[in-house]
Design a protein around this ligand. Structure first.
Ligand code: HEM
Length: 309
């Protein structure tokens, strides 16, 4: 099996950096950008050598429009731009992007160094669409105060099975589809909600993430909306989301890796009340997505050939 990029399977480190870039004039610059991306694993190694204990890893994702330029005939079969969702007063915008850099380590300065070096290499071929510096908050909580990640697949075997493409698309095996959204929380409104009500919006206890009983957990709880089965099997994603922000604006950078984009898209449809059962995720009443994009993070082997396809 080809090798996945380094940041997908391991459990996250305490600091993350997310960079989303747009390629300017893709017919002219697309291939040169792709060439620079092939050098990211070596760049990670170089910057990471400063302090191997920081465990710096970087993962590169390529958006649908850039695949169209660098490899129009041989592209991941399930990659498409994210289609915005609007449902009543809820919406998930599609903002897109050509390149995603997802950096993780124990040292924020090394994450930043890596991002700065890639940014410098790409020069005026790209513009920065979004840059998010994520931090582990308390014992891995979202800024709503709830533990995030309790039911994330754990262990390399499970995470590999959920996140990586296998024989179903052989040319892209070892790669992974990526779905990202930046959420801005309304923490002021959330703070007015009693803990028992907050727990009903999430479906878990705030203190220790215990799941509410079937009787106590409303069908509009976050976890009621995202837990889905198809043909008797639970649909799963590997989440690498991080809290981010300042005292003025803060939220969650949501990122999921999966074998297919259908899974996070279906979950989101149910969250926003767009799945036809008239229900929406009550957590969405306290937060707003301000970006939405899809990418494909190729295996290390495919990444190497990105500029020569
Ligand atoms: C503001 C944005 C979000 C926040 C604050 C949030 C927070 C949480 C929390 C606190 C949990 C419970 C603990 C856990 O199992 O991790 C959870 C579970 C989960 N979330 Fe989210 N989430 C957000 C967005 C999303 C989105 C956009 C998706 C999918 C597209 C998603 C998919 C899931 C899944 C699959 C679970 C695990 C459910 C289970 O198996 O019990 N979340 N989330």
């Amino acid at each position: 099996m080809p090798h996945p990029q380094a940041g997908i399977i391991p459990a996250p480190s305490p600091n993350a950096l997310f960079l989303i870039l747009r390629v300017l004039n893709p017919p002219t610059n697309g291939r040169a950008v792709a060439k620079a991306l092939t050098g990211v694993p070596a760049l990670v190694e170089k910057v990471g050598a400063v302090d191997p204990r920081a465990k710096l890893v970087g993962t590169v994702g390529v958006g649908s429009p850039l695949w169209d330029v660098i490899s129009p005939n041989k592209r991941p079969s399930g990659l498409h731009p994210f289609t915005a969702i609007e449902s009543g007063s809820l919406r998930a915008p599609s903002t897109g992007g050509d390149v995603l850099l997802h950096v993780l380590s124990k040292r924020h300065d090394l994450n930043f160094e890596l991002a700065m070096r890639l940014r410098a290499q790409l020069g005026d071929m790209v513009e920065v669409m979004d840059e998010v510096h994520g931090f582990q908050y308390l014992d891995s909580r979202d800024l709503t105060g709830f533990i995030d990640g309790t039911e994330n697949p754990s262990g390399a075997k499970d995470r590999t099975q959920v996140a990586l493409i296998g024989d179903e698309d052989k040319s892209f095996a070892g790669g992974s589809y990526v779905f990202t959204q930046r959420y801005v929380h309304n923490l002021k409104k959330w703070a007015t909600v009693p803990t028992a009500e907050q727990e009903k919006a999430i479906g878990r206890k705030k203190k220790d993430s215990t799941e509410l009983s079937a009787k106590a957990k409303p069908p509009t709880a976050h976890i009621s909306r995202v837990v889905m089965e198809e043909n008797g099997e639970e649909l799963e994603i590997v989440r690498h989301s991080f809290p981010y922000g300042t005292v003025s604006e803060a939220g969650l950078f949501f990122i999921a890796y999966s074998k297919t984009l259908d899974i996070p898209e279906k979950m989101l449809g149910r969250m926003l009340g767009a799945s036809g059962d008239g229900l929406h995720d009550h957590l969405m009443d306290y937060t707003q997505a301000v970006s939405g994009a899809t990418f494909f993070a190729p295996s290390l082997e495919v990444l190497k050939t990105l500029a020569a396809r």
